[in-house]
Design a protein around this ligand. Structure first.
Ligand code: AMP
Ligand code: MG
Length: 329
């Protein structure tokens, strides 16, 4: 199959609609990462997503809709706090989980009675969703367990020959996946951290819980238990106060002829003074935006990525650390 990469215009949108309507999948840009989308009403199309990615079939998908879509046709029992949160943060990188009305394919939620819904703010994503005017089930557009894609080139590298069309909407500015928020209980509970932080949610909703998954527990958000975001090379992760250990390892490995790279924020990069650095940038938003592209850049040349955690561990860095830990374990 030939994979076309097209900028978003009338022609590529018309093609994307044709593909979606005949049960195919299309890669689309969003403000977080690129998604691999299919018609959420079409079971065979949704199953195709799992097949293409090699995604475990108990890891549910998020349904994406345009900003005027009436989500009350898809889900039930939208609590008051969720309405406030939607007003404050949507369209944007926040996915909200509700009780499902069971109208989309069962394959989307892998048998759960809930449905995760997201309204992306990316202009290209909105144009695509409006054009097809269907709920689009879409996980990240990468091979399962690999680093998520933040450019059309990243998607092409993983899925060339496996899908017909990648809509190119430039670099995803957020850089890490949406915050997933359980809105089925008395208070909102974060299932996956992201750019909309616990502090931001608590400010609007009054309270916000956080679900912490431990190995062996029944995961309410099955994605939590899987290995994720991993580059195709060896990785190791040090705490922010272990830079001396990281540099020692870097020097030992380079001495053995191993191509080692340090992956860290700008402050640590300046302190380390080593040659091969994958610099994630200065503030938390820059670090999130660059994380996946630097992991992908690293895996192309490095034998070993030595990551050093940022000192700041709250806000957006909670989401960054969640990805970095999974990438490096
Ligand atoms: P991905 O699309 O690869 O970014 O992953 C989607 C994430 O959303 C995974 O962590 C899923 O477990 C989570 N998710 C999707 N649907 C649901 C749902 N109905 N309930 C809880 N978590 C969900
Ligand atoms: Mg993913």
């Amino acid at each position: 199959m030939k994979t076309e990469v097209l900028k978003i215009d009338g022609q590529s949108l018309a093609l994307s609609k044709q593909i979606i309507e005949r049960g195919g999948v299309v890669a689309i840009p969003t403000e977080t990462v690129y998604g691999l989308g299919a018609n959420a009403f079409d079971t065979a199309a949704v199953e195709r997503i799992f097949e293409i990615k090699g995604r475990p079939n108990d890891n549910p998908l998020i349904v994406h809709v345009h900003k005027e879509y009436d989500i009350s046709t898809l889900v039930d029992k939208i609590p008051e706090y969720a309405k406030l949160l939607a007003k404050a943060f949507l369209p944007g990188p926040l996915t909200m989980v509700y009780k499902s009305k069971g109208v989309v394919s069962k394959a989307v939620s892998c048998g759960l009675n809930t449905l995760a819904i997201r309204i992306p703010s990316h202009d290209g994503a909105q144009r695509f969703l409006k054009y097809v005017n269907l709920p689009i089930a879409a996980p990240s557009a990468n091979i399962s367990k690999h680093v998520s894609p933040t450019t059309a080139e990243h998607v092409f590298a993983d899925l060339n020959g496996k899908i017909e069309l990648i809509l190119d909407g430039g670099k995803s500015e957020g850089g890490i996946e949406s915050t997933v928020l359980d809105c089925t209980g008395e208070i909102p509970v974060i299932l996956r951290s992201g750019l909309i932080t616990r502090e931001m949610i608590a400010k609007v909703a009054g309270e916000c819980g956080e679900y912490v998954y431990k190995d062996g527990m029944r995961a309410i958000s099955p994605g939590m238990k899987y290995k994720h975001y991993s580059p195709n090379c060896r990785t190791v992760l040090f705490d922010f106060d272990e830079l001396d250990k990281a540099v020692k390892l870097y020097n030992e490995e380079c001495g053995k002829g191993v191509k080692a790279y340090l992956l860290c924020d700008d402050e640590t990069a300046q302190k380390s003074s080593v040659k091969n650095v994958l610099n994630l940038g200065k503030d938390e938003n820059e670090v999130a935006a660059n994380l996946y592209s630097k992991l992908r850049e690293g895996e192309k040349t490095a034998d070993l990525i030595i990551a050093v955690a940022p000192e700041k561990q709250d806000g957006v860095m909670v989401g960054v650390m969640n990805r970095l830990t999974k990438a490096c374990r």
